[in-house]
Design a protein around this ligand. Structure first.
Ligand SMILES: [Zn+2]
Length: 569
């Protein structure tokens, strides 16, 4: 064999090897729940500031269903937090993929004991652990945990994810998992956008909603559009599967102009680094103003999303005078159910008066520049790249209130707001915080730092901000016992904790001076201690619970209860 032949032979071998590593293994992962998959949320579904990174599996409105390891592997990460995925566990599999299970109620006994040891050691409910490979292993189909509703979960369900070797979430359906689906996606909105100052739609320079009629075959026909120049479309669409009516995301959208494909977006995988660019893809202002979520079928600048699989001219159409065009949008779910929308477009030469861009706002920002604004006692720092586009901003301060435009423009990077406290007397200063005023006028605490006589927050949401004061300590109540009670027959100690202004920051309890673990569930405002932890061992127990709020007010709750020492110990 010649050297060159040998080399090419080796190349073929290597290429083959790489290829097989990139191949997605089918039927390697099993359903982590019993029965058929019923979806409360699909992969890539449009959520607030992110794409959904897994499947939300329904659990019959219950908690405590067994969650099985989707394949054999090693537990490499456990994270317990009040928000986010709540109680979550990560299993690394020998083939390089990792599965993630979130919003759990509890873990299998071995893992539960492992976590409790760490929580008692750290004296904290919130914890993140990275067991060494091989330290905690699990077999395919073995019970890993029990489903729950912990963290930022709107109801009982299992959040299930598959991540590749680069920690990118992938569509679990690519691995052969599936949910019964014979229903076509539903189209609920179509919108057309003139994309530069010279372009028009129906003689106007503003985006318009396009009327749709559904035909007998299920396809949609749009009203004829007159257009000139560069235009693009956005669509609002959802998909429902057979076993539940939850409104989930679709899988792919393809568009064509006069029969030539010019754009395709597909939810196979993405990375966490890009997920916030969802706000660039949707019509953010429309969503905030009208609660209608549409996704653009064209790609604007500062949009690096990797989910676009085909594009010609970034999906932007150039409409010329007197020509007729057929634009078609195809929306698909993963089960290949498909909906077609036909949109006839006629090119016009209408000249219009130039777009009226006059505005009362004096502050203009270019996306590729950083800015520092001083408004009254407020200082606003907008870093380069905070915005995707260039905008006029409405920035103004009136006393303790700052108007930072309105939440209709997406923000990608943190904007810093600081407020000069020198006008306040020293005694009041440490009870102050910065908060965002919501549409109802309520003030929501923002994570506030006090430094150099200034309050400072970082935010990625425009809107109104104000200085607020919290002098009220948290309210603490025992929920299932009163002072002097015998608790021998009880499994749990329960408390209710509340802080109306700045919110709960921390909590810590001891019994006879010894730390006891409490689980905090912000949704129900409850703290729970499990006597099965065996942390309470005496008959007479002096309990002390300290709860603090975000500006440092604290409440100390003290009581006594009795308990027969359990026999196990
Ligand atoms: Zn989820």
């Amino acid at each position: 064999m010649s050297k060159r032949l040998l080399l090419s032979f080796a190349l073929v071998l290597i290429t083959g090897l790489i290829y097989s590593q990139n191949e997605i293994p089918e039927n390697y992962f099993i359903n982590p729940l019993d029965g058929e998959l019923v979806l409360a949320g699909s992969f890539g579904e449009l959520r607030s500031n992110h794409f959904h990174s897994g499947l939300d599996l329904k659990t019959q409105r219950r908690t405590g269903l067994p969650v099985y390891a989707a394949a054999e592997g090693s537990i490499t990460r456990i994270k317990i937090s009040h928000y986010g995925y709540g109680k979550a566990i990560y299993v690394a599999h020998p083939n390089g993929y990792t599965t993630v299970y979130g919003h759990l109620q509890k873990f299998c006994p071995e893992v539960e004991a492992y976590i409790k040891r760490a929580q008692y050691k750290k004296q904290s409910y919130e914890i993140e652990l990275f067991p060494k490979k091989g330290e905690l292993t699990i077999g395919k189909g073995e019970i890993l945990a029990y489903s729950g509703n912990t963290g930022s979960s709107g109801g009982p369900h299992l959040h299930f994810e598959i991540r590749d070797g680069n920690s990118r979430p992938m569509n679990p359906f690519l691995f052969g998992l599936n949910a019964k689906d014979t229903r076509k996606p539903t189209i609920n909105h179509l919108r057309a956008y003139p994309l530069d100052a010279q372009s028009t739609i129906n003689k106007g320079t503003e985006a318009i909603d396009v009327r749709l009629t559904q035909k007998a075959d299920g396809s949609y026909q749009a009203e004829n559009i007159m257009a000139k120049g560069s235009i693009g479309f956005a669509i609002g669409t959802i998909d429902q599967q057979d076993l539940a009516n939850n409104k989930n995301g679709i899988y792919a959208i393809t568009t064509s102009l006069n029969g030539e494909t010019n754009f395709e977006v597909k939810m196979d995988k993405f990375s966490f680094a890009e997920t916030r660019y969802l706000n660039r893809m949707i019509d953010y202002g429309l969503y905030k103003d009208k609660r209608k979520r549409v996704q653009k079928l064209f790609i604007e600048r500062n949009n690096p999303l990797s989910i676009y699989t085909q594009q010609v001219d970034n999906g932007i159409l150039t409409i010329e005078d007197s020509l007729a065009y057929q634009y078609q949008i195809k929306v698909k779910d993963y089960a290949h159910n498909e909906v077609i929308i036909n949109i006839p477009i006629s090119g016009t030469s209408d000249t219009i008066s130039p777009k009226n861009t006059a505005t009362d706002y004096k502050d203009f920002v270019y996306s590729d520049q950083g800015y520092n604004f001083n408004e009254g006692k407020f200082e606003v720092y907008i870093p380069k790249g905070a915005f995707y586009d260039d905008y006029f901003l409405n920035l103004k301060a009136e006393g303790d209130k700052l108007t930072l435009h309105k939440d209709v423009l997406p923000v990608h990077k943190n904007i810093s707001i600081s407020y000069d406290l020198s006008g306040y007397n020293e005694a009041d200063r440490d009870k102050l915080y910065l908060g965002r005023i919501n549409y109802k006028g309520d003030v929501y605490y923002s994570n506030t730092r006090i430094k150099d006589n200034k309050l400072q927050i970082n935010t990625r949401t425009l809107g109104e901000y104000t200085i607020a004061k919290d002098t009220d300590p948290p309210v603490v109540k025992a929920s299932n016992f009163t002072k002097g009670k015998w608790m021998s027959k009880y499994r749990y100690l329960k408390f209710e904790i509340k802080d109306l202004a700045s919110g709960i920051k921390g909590y810590r309890a001891t019994v006879n001076g010894k730390f006891i673990l409490l689980e905090y569930e912000p949704k129900t405002k409850t703290l729970t201690h499990d006597f099965n932890d065996n942390a309470v061992t005496d008959t007479k127990n002096e309990l002390k619970l300290i709860v603090t709020d975000n500006v440092g007010n604290s409440t100390t709750f003290e009581t006594t209860f009795f308990r027969k020492p359990s026999i196990e110990k």
